[in-house]
Design a protein around this ligand. Structure first.
Ligand SMILES: Cc1cc2nc3c(=O)[nH]c(=O)nc-3n(C[C@H](O)[C@H](O)[C@H](O)COP(=O)(O)OP(=O)(O)OC[C@H]3O[C@@H](n4cnc5c(N)ncnc54)[C@H](O)[C@@H]3O)c2cc1C
Length: 311
């Protein structure tokens, strides 16, 4: 794993650095590569462009780790506005939304989990009205149990709600077995947070091997696997496993992040695969961008240059 990964992920939790940087507009350099805009209109425009290219979309209103109830409500409002706009533009069949529970107040002391559940239910209700679905992103291991518990609760009324599992966590093979049931949409990713080695694999090869173990369970199961990776080897293995289990495109999907391997996204879609692009938008891009830079430290120089040129 890159020597720079840990320090960059540590920076992603620094309020001081964040506050200094967030005044930088999204339209600069590396930020723009990963985050196409700040407004609902930007999100809907990009969703329309990707849909016109035969891709599906999941939109994430950026924000996380709030301890402010007003901010939790602002996030719910933002999703309402987005879902209404997607329905109005006829994009709801192509675009769903991804939600982080810590943006809804999960980490608030005492009643955080209850608040996050109720807010997520509001977003699921709005998504269903619009004709689309919600996937609950997975965050650090400190909230894995709470997140899976809330997904379980949400699925009582909204069984279409997607879960996310991270192959780097030691627990995930077992979570895959639990979630690989009928109608269960499960996004499998490697995991993007700095985790200690007692809870997570830290060697990239171990993480990839764990990913394959998880894929085998999800592809053999009765659910709907969402294969979220840009790793060419894993994409090939996922395709082979899908074929081995007689899965046709549409009974699973590939997912990639906006701005990463766009040619591969289109190549897979042209081959008839369902490909969904995760599009983050909004002003609170700092934590998201730092996780992308940790995966690609060579982008750090470009990011630093773009900051200098804006001041
Ligand atoms: C749709 C989607 C949703 C996700 N949701 C979550 C989530 O809810 N929780 C979570 O913890 N993580 C999430 N992730 C992030 C994921 O956990 C990984 O951190 C990220 O996808 C990088 O891992 P990789 O599988 O692409 O493999 P890697 O080995 O990191 O990358 C494989 C190849 O992809 C390209 N690549 C990867 N990252 C970058 C980058 N930043 N810039 C440029 N090129 C790059 C490179 O060519 C690289 O060689 C999500 C990822 C995707 C695609």
């Amino acid at each position: 794993m890159s020597l720079l990964r840990e320090p960059i992920l540590a920076l992603s939790r620094s309020d001081r650095v964040r506050d200094a940087l967030v005044r930088t507009p999204v339209t600069r350099g590396v930020v723009e590569r990963y985050v196409p805009g700040e407004t609902t209109a930007d999100a809907v425009r990009v969703a329309g462009e990707l849909a016109a290219d035969g891709l599906h979309v999941t939109l994430d209103h950026l924000g996380e780790d709030t301890l402010d109830v007003a901010q939790s409500w602002a996030t719910v409002d933002a999703y309402h506005e987005l879902l209404t706009a997607l329905a109005d533009e006829g994009l709801a069949h192509r675009a769903e939304v991804s939600v982080k529970l810590t943006a809804l107040g999960l980490a608030l002391p005492d009643d955080g989990p209850q608040l996050a559940l109720e807010q997520a239910q509001r977003i699921c209700r709005a998504a269903r009205r619009a004709g689309t679905t919600v996937t609950i992103d997975m965050e650090s291991h400190a909230v894995t149990d709470a997140t899976l518990m809330i997904v379980h609760e949400l699925r009582r009324d909204f069984p279409e709600t997607g879960a996310v599992l991270q192959s780097y966590l030691h627990r995930t093979v077992s979570d895959c077995r639990t979630l690989a049931h009928e109608d269960s949409r499960v996004r499998l990713c490697k995991g993007a947070y700095a985790e200690p080695d007692d809870v997570a694999h830290t060697d990239p090869e171990d993480i990839a091997r764990a990913y394959v173990r998880c894929l085998k369970i999800l592809m053999a199961g009765a659910g709907y696997p969402m294969v979220a990776t840009h790793d060419p080897r894993l994409i090939e293995i996922a395709s082979a496993l899908a074929a081995r289990h007689g899965r046709r495109p549409g009974t699973y999907e590939f997912q990639m992040l906006y701005g990463i391997r766009p040619d591969e996204q289109r190549r897979l879609a042209e081959r008839g695969e369902t490909v969904r692009v995760y599009v983050p938008y909004g002003a609170q891009w700092y934590g998201y961008l730092m996780r992308r830079l940790a995966e690609r430290p060579s982008n750090l120089t470009l990011f630093a240059r773009s900051l200098v040129s804006t001041r």
